[in-house]
Design a protein around this ligand. Structure first.
Ligand code: HEM
Length: 491
């Protein structure tokens, strides 16, 4: 028994040793394999501890910082800026991966100070059900069907603005365009609004605007503190406007109307704070972006007299036909300004006003063999895509004709893409078309001072806001048509 036990135990020991060796190799190989499969972080440099590469970013133009990095490391690279580790993505596929196909794995992310200033219930800070709901309301109030009724109002704003510029005095084009885009924003949000409310909103909004990009120290006297105070005042004004609307039971079709009339199947509505935050949010998203785009358009047209002549000819034809019929611009006419429209598309590509956006990875994610760790910021770089010669031939040249052919999918993203793409893009294009129509028909302008330098405010704007002089185009007598003499016909 002992012997049997002895033989058994010796065999067992050998068997045990054999099996454990086998298992060890098996697991160690698997472990090794698993280790090998764990994706690496993308290439790139993280700079100094804590400050990372923030100083490098600010010592250069941000666009140069990003394009230098792309040249060195490729389309996916890591860096550390503004206190956060980031993965930058400079290819159309990567932008689509983050913003469209895996949008639920990347949440919107903004500094708390900015969230507080705009209002935490504004749609762009959210994702999921609440975002979806508010976005639907904003989108329907800014859809082509909804905005076509705004054309006469936008025309009136454009005409009165242009009249006020035509004094030959040097004006800051960007600031002038901000006034225009603010008024159009108010029109889209409230429809007709009492002058007194409008003035109060304008006054307080401009204080918020000044403090938004200041250092967030909430001490009396600082621009940030003043902006927070003005933001409170804005909420009070909006509450009054909302109360008045509710009292009068007005069922308007503007953005405020859409937000006020919302009721879900459980009978829940949006509260006043949610409505106010989204109104400020939309105003904020609408103003500087559109003003910056218009300022660039004026610069590009000014720099290319032949192109300007082409745009003038296109717009003059529409103007003359409307004058004959004593009517304003029609929706169909705004859809049929091919050259002007291409100038807008190319200006948006060249200037890439929103040159990138931010998201945050909510879990560890693998993209193209690289690890994007949970909590890291992710930045799709729209400008790098718009300036890649693979997608836009000679990208540094302003050439509206390139839009005679549609750009390759996901390469043209001035309004972003996916769940958070711009719901105001049709309104932005409409107001640009209307302003250009009246501008080129009524005024001439001359840019004063340097115009090839760029400032960031935070959107790129030509240096000093493109100081320019405007004056009235001498009215040309439109000659009545007369039959040419026989001789004339021969020529
Ligand atoms: C030329 C003018 C404009 C440009 C270039 C522009 C660009 C953009 C971009 C790139 C985004 C997406 C940002 C992201 O994915 O993080 C965005 C979002 C947004 N834009 Fe615009 N925009 C313009 C004008 C407007 C206007 C006129 C309005 C409203 C009247 C507007 C309202 C919004 C809103 C509310 C969002 C947030 C959408 C969401 O989070 O679901 N934008 N815009």
């Amino acid at each position: 028994m002992d012997i049997i036990f002895g033989i058994f135990s010796t065999t067992t020991i050998y068997l045990f040793l054999f099996l454990s060796t086998l298992l060890y190799y098996h697991f160690s190989k698997r472990h090794h394999k698993k280790h090998k499969l764990t994706p690496n972080l993308p290439p790139g440099s993280m700079g100094w501890p804590y400050i990372g590469e923030t100083l490098l970013l600010y010592s250069k133009d941000p666009n140069t910082f990003f394009s230098d990095k792309q040249k060195r490391y490729g389309d996916v690279f890591k860096t550390h800026i503004l206190g956060c580790p980031c993965v930058m993505l400079a290819s159309p596929e990567a932008a689509r991966f983050v913003l469209v196909t895996n949008a639920d794995l990347f949440k919107p992310t903004y500094p708390k100070s900015k969230e507080k200033m705009i209002g935490p219930s504004a749609l762009f800070f959210h994702q999921g059900e609440y975002h979806h709901l508010v976005r639907k309301l904003v989108q329907s109030s800014l859809s082509p069907v909804a905005i076509r009724r705004l054309i006469p109002g936008i025309e009136d704003i454009a005409k009165s603005m242009l009249d006020s510029w035509a004094s030959r005095e040097v004006i800051n084009t960007f600031q002038a365009m901000k006034k225009f885009s603010f008024e159009v924003g108010i029109l889209a949000i409230f429809g007709h609004l009492d002058k007194q409310y409008k003035e109060e909103l304008k006054k307080n909004y401009s204080i918020v605007d000044k403090g938004y990009n200041s250092f967030p120290t909430n001490l009396p006297g600082t621009p940030y503190h003043k902006a927070l105070m003005a933001r409170k005042k804005l909420s009070q004004i909006l509450e009054e406007i909302i109360a008045e609307r509710k009292e009068k039971k007005l069922l308007e079709n503007d953005l405020l109307g859409h937000l006020l009339n919302f009721k879900n199947d459980k009978g829940e509505t949006l509260n006043d704070e949610q409505i106010a935050d989204n109104i400020i949010g939309v105003l904020f998203a609408a103003q500087d972006t559109t003003a910056s785009a218009l300022t660039w358009i004026l610069k590009y047209l000014h720099d290319d007299p032949k192109l300007l002549e082409g745009v003038k000819a296109e717009q003059m034809e529409i103007h003359l036909s409307n004058e004959k019929e004593s009517r304003g611009l029609t929706w169909t006419q705004t859809r049929n300004m091919p050259l002007t429209y291409k100038v807008i598309l190319e200006s948006l590509r060249m200037s890439s006003i929103v040159s990138f956006t931010f998201r945050e990875a909510v879990v560890d994610i693998e993209y193209n063999g690289y690890l994007i760790p949970k909590g890291w910021k992710v930045m799709p770089l729209f400008r790098n895509i718009h300036h890649n010669p693979e997608f836009f031939n000679e990208p540094q040249n302003f050439d509206p004709r390139r839009f005679e052919v549609a750009p390759k999918p996901n390469t043209y993203l001035p309004f972003g893409t996916g769940a958070h793409s711009c719901p105001g893009n049709e309104l932005a294009k409409l107001e640009m078309l209307i302003l250009i129509h009246h501008l080129v028909n009524k005024l001439r302008w001359e840019v004063v001072g340097p115009r090839d330098m760029v400032a960031h405010s935070p959107f790129p704007v030509p240096y000093n806001g493109l100081p320019s002089r405007f004056w009235k185009e001498p009215k040309k007598e439109v000659q009545p048509w007369k039959e040419p003499e026989k001789e004339e016909l021969c020529h």
